[in-house]
Design a protein around this ligand. Structure first.
Ligand code: ATP
Ligand code: MG
Length: 665
């Protein structure tokens, strides 16, 4: 290819708004027949037998769906199964010696760990035996407060084995967050660790866990402490009388096996408290049959996972993405799942690419916030590595702007991997809206159509479907197996949060019940859904409702911009006005030139109505621990208000810095 051809190709890629899945991918894809959409629609809800068939059932179910008491749906009624047996035991004959988990730990010199299915099975059994010995019974909630170490999925699967639901609290959360969640779940058991490593340095974790335990109102039985830190790196912890080390417990049970407990399909597999960018944490309840089949089916259909694959999801197991797509989905399919303990920029900004190359990963599933960081760092880092093992790329967590999408497609996927932009939530258990990688044309920035069998529609405030091109509210009109069953011990709040808005709550007819995820979205003529963000992220400028995401996407489309956040601030005339906060790309500086181009970019994409009141350049944005922008703090700055609570931020100092730089202007 001549340079000129290269430049032209480049230009075309910049403009192109639709991409077909690469031929080579299509030929081998797990799902490649377009007819699946019709088939599932015609055969709903029996179509979900396909998901249930991916699992081994101890006793087969009677009915696919019991919708007699909406919105308390039951799936695969009276079926019996065990999640740990599905993720481990049934793979032993054929895949016992194959890697189940490839763990890449920090610090680097310590080496990594490979758990074959045999190894994982053995250790899960031993720890399950230990939990039993501690007194953990069926339906007792066990809390886990651990970073990305192998003992976390081991403990989850051990709980699943004995029928004890787990509740994983993200390790980066505070002691208070741990206490709140243990209190809310009446959880008497904790599995935690002494500390872990970040960018080579040891971090204390046990003190934080102990502070959290001090805030738990009820009796707490023995706590288990995984000793992650190497000798000499400790913080001089003395274990309390009711604390046992993980290593001792497992050693005592060496060689023990525990018969997997038969669980009803509707029995709780785990609780997951949503990250809480809004309001009080919600204890989302997921079940054994519906959730596991959903995680397995979507892993197969969307992530295209095969048992022989090495699959890499860079999320943390402390979030739902890690539950469904590091642990349950991939292991149910018997594949090799990667776990990375460290950060993408340590020791260098090519760490993920080094891992992809070394392990020959076939899929990479990550988040737009990470992709924008990679883009900001520049393509020289992925360019250093052979990423040709990759077959599929995925993103989740937020809308991805087209520029970041195209960067990912080109620099990571070498234009030969489909990208699945997957919309879903903690509450949905797994993916809901995305293209199927072997079928759908991809449109950067748009997640795609709802999955087959998923009835997602965009409606206006009255619940009527909006026309193509118009913004509205995303709803799901029919239940699905992976859905949450309720908020833990709070059926009323479950209805209030997710159903009341669009349902006739007096009705017993499923047709009258509509699930509302609280996200805004629009749909195009091809039925592709573009998620605009949560509905509370809408700015009302002179009566025009503008999605923050759409404006942000226009800003990050401007050359020199790495990331942007937009909020509404009070405005005497317009009601609300647009305030933009912008991070520049490496090699660019924020100034009047770039400011003008940002304003121009917004006006081109949306119109003068969205013209920002102010554009502030900042080195960082306030982010939650899961990497989402905390817009309410930026609103406080725009409005010159007292700053709200910053305790759940990953980078609390940045808010003060931005506020100071704004008042300097
Ligand atoms: P909380 O509900 O606790 O306030 P949260 O909604 O951020 O936190 P999650 O369940 O992890 O917690 O995130 C789900 C939300 O993330 C979705 O409702 C949506 O707003 C956003 N999201 C996820 N994936 C996508 C995607 N592919 N495109 C657009 N938005 C997405
Ligand atoms: Mg949410």
């Amino acid at each position: 290819m001549s340079d000129e051809d290269g430049v032209q190709l480049e230009a075309r890629l910049e403009e192109q708004e639709a991409f077909d899945p690469p031929e080579e991918f299509v030929e081998q894809a797990n799902v490649s027949e377009k007819s699946i959409y019709e088939e599932f629609e015609e055969n709903w809800p029996e179509c979900w037998e396909q998901a249930a068939d991916l699992l081994d059932w101890e006793e087969s179910y009677d009915e696919v769906l019991d919708a007699s008491n909406p919105p308390f749906y039951e799936w695969f009624t009276d079926g019996k199964l065990n999640a740990s047996a599905n993720c481990l035991d049934r793979h032993l004959d054929e895949r016992g010696d194959e890697a189940a988990i490839e763990w890449v730990g920090e610090p680097l010199e310590e080496g990594n760990r490979t758990y074959t299915y045999e190894d994982l099975h053995r250790e899960v059994n031993e720890f399950a035996a230990a939990l039993r010995e501690m007194g953990v019974g069926e339906d007792d909630v066990v809390t886990m407060y651990m970073p990305m170490i192998p003992e976390l999925p081991i403990a989850m699967l051990a709980c699943a084995r004995i029928g004890a639901p787990h509740s994983v609290v993200f390790a980066g959360f505070s002691a208070d967050a741990l206490a709140t969640r243990m209190n809310a779940a009446d959880s008497e058991y904790l599995v935690t660790c002494d500390g872990y490593y970040r960018r080579g340095d040891p971090l204390d974790h046990l003190n934080k866990a102990n502070d959290g335990l001090a805030g738990v109102e009820h009796f707490v039985s023995d706590a288990v402490v995984v000793e992650r830190l190497r000798d000499g790196d400790g913080f001089g912890h003395d274990l309390a009388d009711d604390q046992r080390t993980y290593a001792d417990l497992v050693a005592e049970q060496a060689g023990e096996t525990v018969e997997p407990v038969e669980r009803d399909a509707e029995d709780m597999l785990f609780l997951m408290y949503t990250s809480g960018t809004t309001g009080q944490p919600k204890g989302v309840k997921h079940t054994t049959g519906g959730y596991l089949s959903w995680a397995a089916w979507t892993s197969q259909a969307v992530l295209d996972i095969e048992p022989e694959d090495t699959y890499f999801c860079s999320a943390d197991i402390g979030w739902i993405t890690g539950h469904s797509y590091i642990v349950y989905g991939p292991l149910a399919l018997g594949t090799t799942t990667m776990m990375y303990e460290g950060t993408p920029d340590y020791p260098e900004r090519d760490r993920l690419w080094e891992i992809v190359e070394e392990y020959e990963a076939n899929q990479l599933y990550t988040a737009p916030t990470a992709i924008r960081a990679f883009m900001k760092w520049g393509s020289e880092y992925p360019d250093r590595h052979d990423l040709s093992s990759l077959r599929l790329l995925g993103t989740v967590g937020e809308p991805i702007n087209p520029r970041a999408w195209k960067w990912y497609y080109k620099h990571i996927g070498d234009k030969s991997c489909p990208i699945v932009d997957t919309w879903w939530q903690t509450e949905t258990g797994g993916m809901m809206v995305t293209t199927l990688p072997g079928i759908g044309t991809m449109k950067p920035g748009s997640a795609g159509p709802p999955l087959p069998g998923v009835d997602a529609q965009i409606v206006d405030t009255d619940g009527t479907q909006v026309d193509a091109g118009r913004a509205g509210y995303l709803t799901v009109q029919k239940p699905w197996p992976g859905m949450l069953r309720t908020l833990y011990k709070n059926d009323e709040r479950y209805i209030d949060e997710y159903w009341r808005e669009y349902s006739d709550t007096d009705s017993d007819d499923m047709e009258d019940w509509v699930y509302f995820p609280e996200d805004g979205a629009k749909i195009d003529d091809d039925g592709y859904i573009t998620v605009l963000g949560r509905v509370d992220d809408v700015i009302n400028v002179s009566g025009h409702r503008l999605g923050t995401m759409e404006i942000e996407s226009a800003i990050v489309g401007v050359e020199g911009v790495a990331e942007a956040a937009v909020v509404g601030g009070d405005h005497e005339v317009k009601g609300e006005a647009v305030y933009a906060y912008v991070i520049t790309e490496e090699g660019y500086e924020g100034g009047d030139g770039l400011r003008l181009r940002v304003v121009g970019g917004i006006e081109d994409a949306i119109g003068p109505i969205a013209r920002p009141e102010s554009v502030v350049f900042t080195p960082e944005l306030p982010k939650t621990r899961s990497g989402k922008i905390m817009r309410r703090l930026l609103e406080d700055i725009a409005n010159n208000d007292e700053l709200g609570d910053t305790s759940t931020l990953r980078n609390p100092d940045v808010v003060e810095d931005i506020a100071a730089s704004v008042s300097d202007d």
